[in-house]
Design a binder for this molecule. Structure first.
Ligand code: PPE
Length: 304
């Protein structure tokens, strides 16, 4: 996680100077909102994947959290993201915009705090590792329940929400799994700690509806790519045992990209190897990011 510059409140500052005070309310109460975006090295040069949609979701998250207005407009932040990538000379990187409650008295009234925004970028491999992308990962169903929409916001990437993800992920990794599947408060499959989840059964794709999950932008891209291939996608409730009997499972997210799942709770999924639908979507997604799919132009925003 290294770069030359980080964009902070309107200007690029050297990496080491991008600091906040220990009394920042954001640190005490988890009051931050973030995005995760990727820039890819395309034949047209570095290009950011679905940039405006990520920044739109960033704004949605901030307003859902309860801030009355954004410190910077979507247009300003779109420009700032590109400025940050350019300043660091990256051809491909992960980009992390963060709004954080920077100062103001400690206390639980958002209106008393002042928000700052930073945009960082660094070179980052897949969250679940290259080995996982190629050969698949092992999941466990977590005993931690995914956020209830009346307790935390499932649609918003609020920093504090990720305590729930961190507890589930840490336990899964300590137990020898790669990632945790989280069930929603009704006991149905929601998502993983940092990825959305899909299963394939009898040639059709199924994925939980957006009610209690983050509306993933990679999820949306894969639904489009599946439709392009004529594969039916159902957004419907999924139970834990539907995972166990699936022919294929895969998870996706900006940081993770498209990752096959070979095992859930010690049950082998399908043949225990990457399945044909997962493989097709992985390749289609790869073609998109190489600039070779007909959606590439529409989904990419050139940095230069
Ligand atoms: N669900 C959750 C809970 C989630 O955090 C992410 C992204 C997704 C689904 C997939 O959404 P999208 O990136 O729009 O396709 N997780 C981000 C943070 C991961 C991290 O560990 O940090 C990401 O992938 O950038």
């Amino acid at each position: 996680m290294k770069s030359d510059y980080i964009w902070m409140n309107g200007k690029l500052v050297p990496f080491k100077e991008a600091q906040v005070h220990v009394l920042a309310p954001g640190l005490h109460y988890g009051l931050g909102v973030f995005e995760g975006i990727r820039c890819y090295d395309t034949p047209q040069g570095p290009a950011v994947f679905r940039l405006r949609e990520h920044i739109d979701r960033f704004e949605d998250s901030v307003l859902a959290l309860g801030l009355l207005e954004m410190p910077y407009s979507v247009d300003e932040l779109v420009i700032a993201v590109k400025e940050t990538v350019r300043a660091n000379g990256f051809r491909s990187c992960y980009i992390r915009p963060l709004l954080y409650m920077e100062n103001g008295p400690l206390g639980l009234n958002l209106d008393a705090h002042h928000a700052g925004i930073s945009i960082s970028a660094w070179e980052w491999a897949s969250l679940l590792g290259d080995e996982g992308v190629q050969n698949g990962v092992r999941l466990m169903v977590s005993s931690f329940t995914r956020l209830h929409p009346n307790v935390n916001l499932t649609k918003a990437k609020v920093s504090g929400n990720y305590v729930n993800s961190v507890m589930a992920k840490t336990l899964a990794v300590r137990l020898g799994f790669d990632e945790a599947v989280m069930l929603d408060p009704n006991g149905l499959v929601a998502e993983c700690t940092g990825e959305n989840l899909f299963l394939v059964r009898k040639g059709k794709i199924h994925t939980p509806s957006t009610a209690t999950i983050l509306e993933g932008i990679t999820r949306d891209a894969l639904i489009t790519l599946a439709c392009d291939a004529g594969i039916e996608v159902n957004e419907s409730p999924i139970s834990r045992d539907q995972l166990y009997i699936a022919d294929e499972i895969f998870v996706c997210g900006t940081a993770a990209e498209v990752v096959p799942v070979t095992e859930v709770d010690f049950r082998k999924i399908g043949t225990g190897k990457i399945g044909p639908v997962t493989s097709h979507l992985q390749q289609a997604f790869q073609a998109v990011i190489l600039g070779e799919n007909h959606h590439s132009d529409e989904w990419f925003d050139l940095v230069n």
